[in-house]
Structures are given as structure tokens and as C-alpha cells.
Design a binder for this molecule. Structure first.
Ligand code: NAD
Length: 255
């Protein structure tokens, strides 16, 4: 049988690839044969991931990139094309917000704009820059890392949650506008043990989260990385415009 998970020879850009979900996704893609471009605000972290990736016998480079900076995004794609020849897979992973700390009545417009710039507007720009190369190479898969917060509604998370809801809908529109060569899908992670989660998780919150999670554990970064590989590879060749929740079958709320 053909190896449908084979991404050998394809080039993937991963934003926020220096840590957490982005790092694990990059390593799983590299292990499966993809060349990886690890971009992050933190160049040192990205370079460490490159070092690990190279052990799988693929090509890997690190590029410093703040996804909220248009010039950085242009540089990221230019360097990728110059060093790797093209881009076939884009993981729009860098993102964040003040989960549980966004007190609605105190939210400032600059903060709201900053979070939408990070979680939503960056996806427009980087996807626009990558799409022509994907079309030219006849293979394109864009994967937007959303969040369960885009569907749930809990306290003090309105900016993060609504920006991720925008990502979910944007994914569907992009799939319509960028097909048939480029597929666009999103993943909605539940609570995944990364630095971002650990900064707000307490034992009490974890116990409450597990009570609503059929699989009785929080997620690991590799749970998302394996979803990324599925959506990046030909295994999902007739799937586009979809949101894949990876959440242990439940809802993990911060409050
Ligand atoms: N961890 C979770 O439980 C969880 C749940 C749902 C969704 N998510 C989403 O997953 C994605 C990754 O989160 P994570 O938990 O792995 O985070 P993380 O904090 O572990 O890693 C994020 C990485 O992104 C980089 N980064 C931050 N801002 C950036 C910017 N402006 N430009 C480029 N790089 C930047 C950081 O330097 C870091 O290396 C985010 O979009 C987040 O919203 C995470």
C-alpha cells in the first residue's frame, strides 16, 4: 500500500515552531520526511528545533519571524523559497491571548486589535504569500491552529475565543477561495500541556477539566502534531474547510 502519511520532499513552514504545539508538529513532519522551516519570535528556540529535526535526515532552517509584522512574513517566505525551493505546507500555529484574564469591561481596543492581529490577520497575510508557491508546486495544505475556545463560551476569554472563532470561519472561506490545489483545515486543540497552558493551570482547574474529559487526561503536544501530519499529508486529500477538534472527547474550561 502507498504510504499516505508520506510527506517526503514537501516543505513546511511552521509559525511559533520553537515551542509547544508548533515544535512537536514540526518534529513529527520532519520525522515523516518533510523539510521544515521553523519560524519563531525566539530564534534560539527555533534553532534548537532545527538541530533536532536535522537528525531525521531532512533539510531544516530557522527564521526569526514575528507573525504580526508584515515585513517578517515576507522575509519568511522569501528565505523559504530561496533555501528550500518552494512551500507546500503552512502551519499557522503562532497565536495566543489572555485566556481567563480578559475582563470584558476592562478590555482596551489596542489589546483587542493586537490579539486579532496575532491570531487572525497574520493568517491572511502569510497564506496570501504562500499560496502562489503551493499552486505552482501543485501541492498545498494550510493548517490553522485554532482552539476549543472558538466554540465554547467561558468567563474572561472573549477576545481569544472570538478571534479563534474567526479562524474557524476563515478556514472555511479560505478552503473555498484557494481550492482545488490548496486544502485549508483547522485543528481545535483542547487543553494541551504547553508553557502557555501551564502558566494558568492549577491542580483544581485540572481536576475540573478531567471531570469533563472522557479520555481522563489532558492533551500532549504530540496529539496535535499527529493531527497536523494527517491534515498535511495525502491521507486527507479529500478533506478541506474542516475543523478537527482534538480534545480527549470533552471540554476543558479554565473557570
Ligand atoms: N496549549 C493549549 O492548551 C492550547 C489550546 C488551544 C489552542 N492552542 C493554540 O495553539 C497554538 C500554540 O500554542 P502553544 O500552547 O504551543 O504555545 P507555546 O507558548 O508553548 O508556544 C508558542 C510559540 O509561539 C511563539 N510566538 C509567540 N508569539 C509569536 C509571534 N507573534 N510570532 C511568532 N512566534 C510567536 C513563542 O515564542 C513560542 O515559541 C496557539 O495558536 C494557541 O492559541 C493552545
Amino acid at each position: 500500500m502507498e504510504n499516505y502519511y508520506d510527506v517526503k520532499g514537501l516543505t513546511a513552514i511552521i509559525t511559533g515552531g520553537g515551542n509547544g504545539i508548533g515544535k512537536e508538529s514540526a518534529l513529527i513532519l520532519a520525522k515523516s520526511g518533510a523539510n521544515v522551516v521553523i519560524s519563531d519570535l525566539d530564534l534560539d528556540a527555533a534553532e534548537l528545533v532545527v538541530k533536532e529535526s536535522l537528525s531525521f535526515g531532512i533539510k531544516a532552517i530557522a527564521v526569526k519571524c514575528d507573525v504580526t509584522n508584515e515585513g517578517d512574513l515576507e522575509n519568511l517566505v522569501n528565505v523559504t523559497v530561496e533555501k528550500m525551493g518552494t512551500v507546500n505546507i503552512l502551519i499557522n500555529n503562532a497565536g495566543g491571548g489572555g485566556g481567563g484574564r480578559e475582563k470584558f469591561l476592562e478590555l482596551s481596543l489596542p489589546y483587542i486589535q493586537k490579539i486579532f492581529m496575532l491570531n487572525v490577520f497574520s493568517i491572511y497575510k502569510l497564506s496570501q504569500l504562500c499560496a502562489p508557491h503551493m499552486i505552482k508546486s501543485n501541492y498545498g495544505s494550510i493548517i490553522n491552529i485554532s482552539s476549543m475556545a472558538g466554540q465554547m463560551a467561558t468567563h474572561n476569554m472573549s477576545v481569544y475565543g472570538s478571534s479563534k472563532a474567526a479562524v474557524n470561519q476563515l478556514t472555511k472561506y479560505m478552503a473555498v477561495d484557494l481550492g482545488p490545489i490548496i486544502r485549508v483545515n483547522a485543528i481545535a486543540p483542547g487543553a494541551i500541556k504547553t508553557n502557555a497552558l501551564m502558566s494558568v493551570l492549577t491542580p483544581e482547574i485540572e481536576t475540573k477539566m478531567l471531570s469533563k474529559t472522557p479520555l481522563k487526561k489532558l492533551g500532549e503536544t504530540e496529539d496535535i502534531g499527529m493531527g497536523v501530519l494527517y491534515l498535511a499529508s495525502p491521507m486527507s486529500k479529500w478533506i478541506t474547510g474542516q475543523l478537527l477538534p482534538i480534545n480527549g472527547g470533552g471540554e476543558q474550561e479554565l473557570d
